[in-house]
Design a protein around this ligand. Structure first.
Ligand SMILES: NC(=O)c1ccc[n+]([C@@H]2O[C@H](COP(=O)([O-])OP(=O)(O)OC[C@H]3O[C@@H](n4cnc5c(N)ncnc54)[C@H](O)[C@@H]3O)[C@@H](O)[C@H]2O)c1
Length: 285
């Protein structure tokens, strides 16, 4: 298997996407403007492959081959034209993403994708010359462990582009869902609904956070409860998504007062040490 796969942005998501693309045999170019973050991403990738070898999941040779398949680039100008795929995973800001996508498009990839988790594909496509070849490729964190790829089809996305995205998912070992470009796509819209209702239930003192989570884990076979998941995602992130969805769909997505208060008090979940649970060194207490 060969082919060229370009990832723009070597943060949490970019490095995860690079990991699975290298594992799928692509020559990966990881584009990162911040040299320190780029170096850190390469170090972390090496660490992940070493761990894979230690756990018997891949051979030394495969780990070395994967490592050698990833090249760091300081900018898209360093990327040759005609890659099979370019996916952007830069921060969730419309102007930044638009600028990156326009530049990426000028490198003439066969498939252009965005890993946005909330910006409409139509808005991102607005400045592109070939929006038909552009699609949402929404990966989940951590990319190597999460099976889902949400393929988000914009109004201008061509059917062949959607087919190419579905084929790409298969090559990367991901299981795709194809969704229409609507705020919150399929995952955030449904996931946030459950999270917000669980927070209202804490405020109503229906049960403790631990028991609300346990009810969904044991009663509905969810792998993790909605409040613990909110702690992992970040209460601030969920609040932002709720507000975006409220603007799109109305007050059924209005953030519960308890969520607003907790964010204002700096209780952001795992990353701040306190959310619906207390966290110490990244571990739930
Ligand atoms: N973190 C998650 O759980 C998650 C899950 C799904 C989707 N997403 C989406 O993925 C995207 C990236 O999120 P993240 O958490 O990896 O962000 P991050 O902040 O960890 O990483 C973004 C990286 O992009 C780099 N960058 C900024 N401008 C750049 C440019 N012009 N060229 C190249 N690199 C540039 C930054 O230096 C940084 O290293 C966002 O759109 C986010 O909404 C995130």
């Amino acid at each position: 298997m060969s082919g060229r796969f370009v990832v723009v942005g070597a943060g949490t998501m970019g490095l995860g996407i690079a990991y699975v693309a290298a594992g799928a045999g692509y020559a990966v170019e990881l584009v990162e403007v911040d040299p320190a973050r780029g170096a850190e991403a390469l170090r972390r990738l090496g660490e992940l492959w070493d761990r894979g070898v230690r756990r018997g999941k891949l051979t030394e040779e495969a780990a070395t081959a994967n490592r050698e398949r990833v090249t760091l680039r300081a900018g898209l100008t360093e990327v040759a034209e005609g890659a099979d795929v370019i996916v952007e995973a830069v921060p969730e800001r419309l102007d930044l993403k638009r600028a990156v996508l326009r530049e990426a498009e000028s490198r003439r990839p066969a498939l252009l994708g965005s890993n946005t988790s909330s910006i409409p594909i139509a808005d991102l496509a607005a400045g592109l010359d070939r929006p038909a070849e552009f699609v949402g490729l929404h990966f989940f964190n951590p990319v190597w462990a999460m099976a889902l790829l949400e393929v988000v089809v914009g109004p201008a996305t061509a059917p062949q582009t959607t087919e190419a995205a579905v084929a790409l998912a298969a090559r990367l070992g991901k299981d795709p869902v194809v969704v229409r470009d609507m705020p919150g796509f399929a995952t955030s819209r449904l996931g946030v609904t459950l999270g917000l209702e669980a927070i209202r239930m804490v405020a109503d003192e229906v049960a403790s956070p631990a028991d609300i989570d346990k009810a969904m884990v044991l009663g509905y076979r969810h792998p993790i409860g909605p409040l613990e998941l909110t702690d992992l995602v970040g209460l601030d992130v969920r609040l932002d998504i709720a507000r975006t969805l409220q603007a799109a769909y109305g007050d059924r997505f209005a953030p519960p007062p308890l969520l607003v208060e907790m964010v204002a008090a700096g209780k952001l979940g795992k990353k701040s040490g306190q959310g619906f649970y207390t966290w110490k060194d990244g571990v739930k207490q």
